[in-house]
Design a protein around this ligand. Structure first.
Ligand code: PA5
Length: 445
């Protein structure tokens, strides 16, 4: 196994006996997943996906990505939530958060349709300029407001720039295999389509075409990513607390029971930032319901030690922390010597920045534990495809287990509908007239 979970820094807070006490609940949760006997069992397609994926479609994804890389300088990826975060997370982690700015052979990738900001959309249109571009519009339902509205904008731009025939060859739709407005449009216009399987929910869909097409466009080896996930799938079938998914689910549930209601995910490399955003959706949407659930938060370290560090060290003691520790950097950078040594840092001269970062990690870990914040550490060997595939599968599996142990359905998201109803009513969608009057009266109060 490439990843390893280290729980020694929760020992002051949770005993081994307390963790062992979760084995019956975890055995039950694992059986619900394996046998499809738990709530939400129509959304378990992710469980065996690394093995049971559609090879023909996978080859079409690789071919489409090769075409986009050859005929486009920019790719516009339109989607929100589970139809957005995974692709961005993988690209930033494996390539760079500065991916678009760095010299490369692959197209710039712009993520839109994840907000309703006119300024943000217009900035992307400016950045594309007169460069050749393609669009990947991603929506399982095909009716989500944000991507649907923004797709209208880029579709119009595309048709004006290229004419209908070429525009149709530059638009790729990732959606339901048969239903929804986007599927209907894609069929009518003849866009190449990719399928979001019925039994895979948005937040578990990064290893479907949802994530894989943009990821492949960025030049990432999606076969190696799937192989890492498949390795994890096989290794993490074993029962018991030696299985990191089981151990993580047990530890965080026990810490939650002891009053640690917030889990902070931390990493000492800024490339992880959107992996943390992806994780927040995965765990927040899966567990935050029925008036329970750990609140997932994240920090970028060491940057946030200079902002949130004070609170983590010394604020309300309702925090647990998980650090994703990356085993090596991809490059080296020695600290220069300075003859004047005005900053007093010549004791670091010649030492690699990775080593400095390591001591920041270790020092912070101990300080936070001393301050009452239990720390779990997930060791990841490197920023490479196979390790990340394994980490993604680990998080998905642990989330399913953890949700069932917590006693919720980890595969629905009833709470996300409330804002949509109000937004439609306020925007005057036909059928929402009564609701609109009631909301306007409240706003005018
Ligand atoms: O996890 C989820 O279900 C959500 O985040 C959805 O992925 C998000 O709302 C986008 O939905 P859709 O793909 O239907 O446009």
């Amino acid at each position: 196994m490439r990843i390893a979970l280290d729980l020694k820094n929760i020992r002051n807070f949770v005993s081994q006996d307390e963790l062992n006490a979760y084995i019956p609940a975890l055995t039950d949760a694992a059986s619900k997943l394996a046998n499809g006997t738990g709530e939400g069992n129509d959304f378990l397609g992710w469980l065996n996906l690394p093995e049971n994926y559609d090879r023909e479609e996978f080859a079409r994804i690789q071919a489409a990505a090769a075409k986009i890389r050859s005929d486009s300088k920019a790719l516009v990826v339109i989607g929100i939530g589970g139809s957005y975060l995974g692709a961005r997370a993988v690209i930033e982690f494996l390539r760079s958060p500065l991916y678009n700015q760095l010299p490369k052979e692959t197209p710039d990738i712009y993520f839109v349709g994840n907000n309703l900001s006119a300024d943000a959309v217009n900035e992307v249109i400016t950045l594309i300029g007169d460069r050749d571009f393609s669009i990947n519009v991603i929506s399982k339902s095909g009716t989500t407001t944000e991507p649907a509205v923004i797709f209208r904008v880029f579709k119009e731009l595309m048709y004006k720039r290229y004419g209908a025939e070429e525009a149709r060859r530059r638009i790729y739709a990732t959606t339901d295999k048969a239903r929804g407005a986007l599927k209907t449009l894609a069929t009518a216009e003849g866009y190449e389509t990719f399928v979001i399987p019925d039994n895979v929910g948005g937040r578990y869909s990064v290893l479907t075409a949802v994530g894989l097409l943009p990821i492949a466009c960025a030049g990432i080896d999606i076969e190696a990513l799937m192989q890492g996930a498949q390795d994890a799938m096989i290794e993490m079938r074993s029962p018991g607390l030696d299985n990191p998914a089981w151990a993580y689910a047990a530890a965080r549930n026990e810490l939650f029971r002891k009053g640690k209601g917030i889990e902070i995910l931390a990493c000492y490399d800024p490339s992880f930032r959107f992996m943390a955003e992806w994780w927040k959706q995965l765990y927040g949407e899966s567990e935050g319901k029925d008036k329970t659930g750990i609140f997932p938060a994240s920090v970028d370290l060491t940057a946030d030690l200079h902002s949130m560090g004070q609170y983590i060290q010394d604020g309300v003691r309702n925090l647990m922390e998980t650090v994703v520790h990356i085993g090596r950097a991809n490059t080296t950078l020695a600290v220069p010597n300075d003859d004047d040594n005005l900053d007093g840092l010549n004791f670091l001269s010649g030492r690699d920045l990775y080593e400095v970062n390591e001591q920041a990690f270790l020092g912070t870990l101990l300080a936070h534990v001393d301050g009452g914040v239990p720390n779990m550490v997930i060791n990841l060997p490197a920023r490479d495809e196979a390790s990340l595939g394994e980490l993604i599968y680990f998080y998905e599996l642990a989330c399913g287990l953890s949700g069932y142990v917590l006693g919720v359905n980890p595969f629905n998201q009833p709470g996300v509908e409330a804002y949509k109803v109000n937004m439609f009513a306020l925007l005057g969608k036909p059928g929402y007239e009564d609701k609109q009057a009631a909301l306007k009266a409240r706003l005018a109060d």
